[in-house]
Ligand binder design. Structure first.
Ligand code: ADP
Ligand code: ZN
Ligand code: ZN
Length: 827
């Protein structure tokens, strides 16, 4: 029996698991002094499992009266979280209808979460029975284990030379031939570098002379020693500095053998230093540009609006110089000694922007990219926790989780971007909206920037909830591009199309190229062709796991599912009718690249899409080469629309405007407008107006007119009218309830039953269940129920009701097998 009286204190902790509550643990006496809210602790949970938990509450009265376990170990004496962070996590969990554990999992870099590396032990009592004969692989594993006693799965793989032992270990576990043995390992390891010092200190200079004598006959070693003395400033005492082995070897220009000789002779001593992963960050600060008059005016209006409003929207046409205004605002905040969070969408973190900001702000700026390793993320986190060096974070959506001390300003650039919303896994948060809440917790202001604001944001600005500042001039009086329409129906009728290119597009591109200018072609589909089809029987290849047609990738000569990544061979004979009659239809970026290269053989072409930019390097390389004019034509998906600033692009082609507009979604027109205006904004340069060729079969469509006139307001008025009529956001709030199951019939039954049940509670506010546009992904069928509620409704009440409903439904046999989650404010 556990002795409660021994302990004065209990800790409620947060586990990195999707559980809806905190758990109470007893604090061992030796930890009582140093345990803090926000500290990491290792606790046992479930059977033989250990997790890194976070202390959220300390008290004397246990509520979990039975079976209170003890905290296993304490990882931090100094809390790993800063004051509002827990509160912020709780807000996210309650608004986005997920557990705080989900937020914790997403927020903390996994380098800071202890991993429970799976370790396997032999079961000595195991006896093979005829019904469960062991495979040869299983026998190999047991042999290795009987020699070693216990070892981790990765070790097992190394020793046995067999790859991917997980399935084998799993079957051995089922047969109870082995046991799991949880072993903790620290995930984050600081990166270290080797340094060199002399075997004696600076005060013992007499020893030096002796050294020179001993090395007199070894010229190279002497040179190396001299190089060390020079680099370290050993003789100059005051200027002494540490010297890394790498730096020294380079300076002396000697081989590793020479270095080794001095180390072996114990003249040099090697020691390790923790180094930052970001040493290459330049610190040469440069002055900022002076603001133009229009920018100055906007800057002043923003400052004024912040007197009364916590959030302001800066609506500035493309190339109006919003970035310059941000820079001046940042400087103002830094003068006050506060911090800035500068959010950009995933793909906008180009070298163009980062190097500009780095040159201005030097090491005060930290970049937080989604392609950083977990170690790099952990290092940024620790740096912000332990020092006051970081003043500006330029980052993608997850940077809202970093431990800020005192935010003074949050900037959300391209605030309309869909990538700010996290899709999977939970928490399915919107970084713009969450950042506004975070800012208010710090007493900071938020500036949203865009040329084409989200309807919701513009509505908030128009109704006075947000401030609104507009900037209608491009910097340096470059005029907005002229948009010309290529009427595809006309050209098709006259048989003037070359593949997917209209004669107008080809003519404009040709003229631009001949003048030495560059061309961007925009197509929002990657791969070679979006569809393959049998000419005779209309059979279309689909993914075996998803309700999605496969995309043909010519370079790999494969069919790919863009939802789950599965790849398939190309069928040369139609599996349905047995004829060799399969043809490709439609255009992806790869096909456009190939065909445009054939039309303009004298110019070099490149492609910017998910497939050509698997690494950050590849992406930057393409951008840099295009900027240095090493190629003339750039084909791309929406990756070409963001944050790029080229000065020699005179022609932009939008190949398929209709494909962007025809989506069964109430946001389709808003998105199409935003995308096309952003793409168009890439055209134009100093003293020269750019041209955009917009290819469409519906030139009379109101949205096309709005794009041609760059008339955001007209688009907004149309859209807001529709939203009002159908009670869509911003006039209501949507919550999608996703239900997934392997069995289509069961899913149909359960989702219908669930919707009926919810309808009793929420009445007309429940819609569905429906099949989403893609109704099967990775072998799971999907149905959605929509909850459309009043803006004023309390989210915590909604959460309570939904939770209750779910728990009641769990009583129904089999309902447990349904995967269920919520998406609040879905995009
Ligand atoms: P936006 O973000 O509004 O699309 P940018 O901030 O990228 O526009 O500015 C467009 C271009 O104009 C950039 O090349 C930028 O360096 C330049 N620019 C903007 N404002 C100034 C200024 N005040 N002085 C010098 N150059 C500027
Ligand atoms: Zn698939
Ligand atoms: Zn066929």
């Amino acid at each position: 029996m556990f002795e409660y009286f021994k302990y004065m204190k209990f800790a409620d902790v947060l586990l990195p698991l999707p559980l809806s509550r905190y758990f109470t643990y007893a604090v061992p006496s030796e930890m009582q002094e140093c345990l803090r809210i926000g500290s990491r602790v290792v606790v046992p949970f479930g059977r033989k499992k250990y997790y890194t938990a976070i202390v959220v509450f300390l008290h004397d009265h246990p509520t979990d009266v039975y079976e209170i376990k003890e905290i296993f170990s304490l990882l931090d004496e100094v809390p790993i979280l800063r004051r509002p962070q827990l509160k912020f996590w709780e807000w996210i969990a309650s608004y986005y209808l997920c557990s705080v554990g989900d937020v914790y999992k997403a927020a903390l870099p996994s380098g800071l979460k202890l991993e429970s590396e799976s370790c396997i032990m032999l079961n000595d009592d195991y006896e093979e029975i005829p019904k469960q004969k062991l495979s040869s692989k299983e026998r190999d594993v047991l042999n290795v284990l009987s020699g070693k006693g216990k070892c981790s799965i990765s070790e097992l793989e190394k020793i046995s030379g067999i790859k991917n032992l997980m399935p084998t270990v799993r079957t051995l576990l089922e047969k109870e031939a082995v046991y799991m043995y949880e072993q903790l390992k620290e995930g984050y390891r600081p990166k270290t570098e080797n340094y060199i010092r002399l075997c004696f200190g600076q005060e013992q200079q007499a020893e030096l002379k002796e050294l020179f004598d001993t090395l007199a006959s070894a010229k190279k070693q002497l040179n190396l020693l001299m190089a060390y003395l020079d680099l370290s400033g050993f003789m100059r005492k005051k200027e002494f500095r540490e010297v890394s082995k790498k730096e020294l070897t380079e300076r002396a220009g000697v081989s590793a053998a020479v270095m080794k000789a001095l180390i072996d002779k114990k003249i040099f001593v090697v020691y390790k230093n923790e180094i930052s992963r970001f040493t290459d960050m330049s610190c040469h600060t440069v002055p900022t540009h002076e603001l133009s008059q229009a920018q100055q005016q906007a800057y002043k209006e923003i400052i004024d609006s912040f007197v009364h409003k916590d959030v302001s929207l800066l609506q500035g046409v493309t190339s109006s110089g919003k970035t310059e205004i941000y820079i001046h605002l940042i400087q103002e905040i830094l003068r006050k000694g506060r911090q800035v969070l500068y959010l950009v969408p995933e793909i906008a973190l180009t070298t163009q922007l980062t190097s500009r900001l780095q040159r201005i702000f030097g090491s005060q700026l930290v970049i937080y990219h989604s392609k950083f390793s977990e170690n790099e993320r952990a290092e940024i986190w620790n740096n912000m926790l332990r020092t006051n060096d970081v003043k500006i974070v330029l980052g993608v959506r997850s940077s809202i989780f970093l431990p800020f001390t005192d935010l003074g300003l949050v900037i959300v650039d391209e605030e309309h971007e869909k990538t700010y919303k996290q899709q999977d896994p939970a928490p399915r948060y919107h970084a713009r909206n969450a950042a506004i809440v975070l800012a208010s917790m710090h007493g900071a202001k938020t500036l949203l920037g865009s040329a084409t604001p989200a309807i919701e944001s513009y509505y908030n600005a128009m109704t006075g909830k947000y401030g609104w500042v507009s900037l209608t001039q491009r910097y340096d009086d470059i005029s907005l591009p002229e948009i010309k329409i290529a009427d595809l129906q006309q050209f098709r009728k006259k048989k003037q199309m070359s593949g997917t290119f209209s004669p107008l597009l080809i003519k404009q591109a040709k003229e631009g190229l001949e003048r030495g200018e560059q061309v961007i072609l925009f197509q929002n589909r990657r791969g070679f062709a979006p569809v393959m089809e049998c000419k005779l029987c209309a059979w279309i290849p689909k993914c075996r796991h998803c309700d999605v047609t496969l995309t043909y990738h010519k370079r790999q000569n494969q069919l790919t599912c863009h939802y789950c990544g599965a790849v398939y061979d190309i069928p040369h004979i139609c599996p349905a009718c047995g004829q060799p009659s399969i043809e490709i239809k439609g255009y992806g970026t790869e096909r456009i690249e190939e065909e445009i290269a054939a039309i303009f053989p004298d110019y070099s072409v490149s492609r910017l899409d998910l497939d050509s930019t698997r690494t950050r390097k590849a992406y930057e390389q393409i951008i840099n080469q295009f900027q240095q004019k090493k190629m003339q034509i750039l084909i791309g998906t929406q990756m070409v629309t963001k944050g790029l600033d080229f000065d020699n692009v005179s022609v932009v082609g939008i190949l398929n405007a209709d494909g962007l507009m025809n989506y069964p979604d109430f946001r389709a027109y808003e998105r199409a407008f935003q995308l096309m205006v952003q793409v168009a904004g890439r055209a134009g340069r100093k003293n020269k107006r750019g041209t955009v060729i917009l290819q469409t079969a519906n030139p009379a469509h109101p949205l096309i007119r709005q794009i041609v006139n760059n008339d955001y307001e007209a688009m907004y008025n149309n859209q807001i009218e529709e939203r009002k009529q159908f009670n869509y956001p911003p006039f209501s709030r949507l919550i999608h309830i996703f239900l997934k199951h392997r069995d289509e019939t069961l899913l149909f039954q359960y989702s219908t039953m669930y919707a009926d049940y919810l309808r009793k509670i929420f009445k007309h506010r429940i819609l569905g269940p429906d099949n989403p546009p893609v109704s099967r992904i990775q072998s799971l069928y999907i149905r959605t129920i929509t909850l459309k509620i009043e803006n004023q409704a309390s989210m915590s009440r909604v959460k309570e009701l939904l939770q209750q409903a779910y728990e009641n439904l769990l009583q129904v046999e089999g309902f447990k097998t349904v995967i269920l989650y919520y998406d609040v404010d879905p995009l």
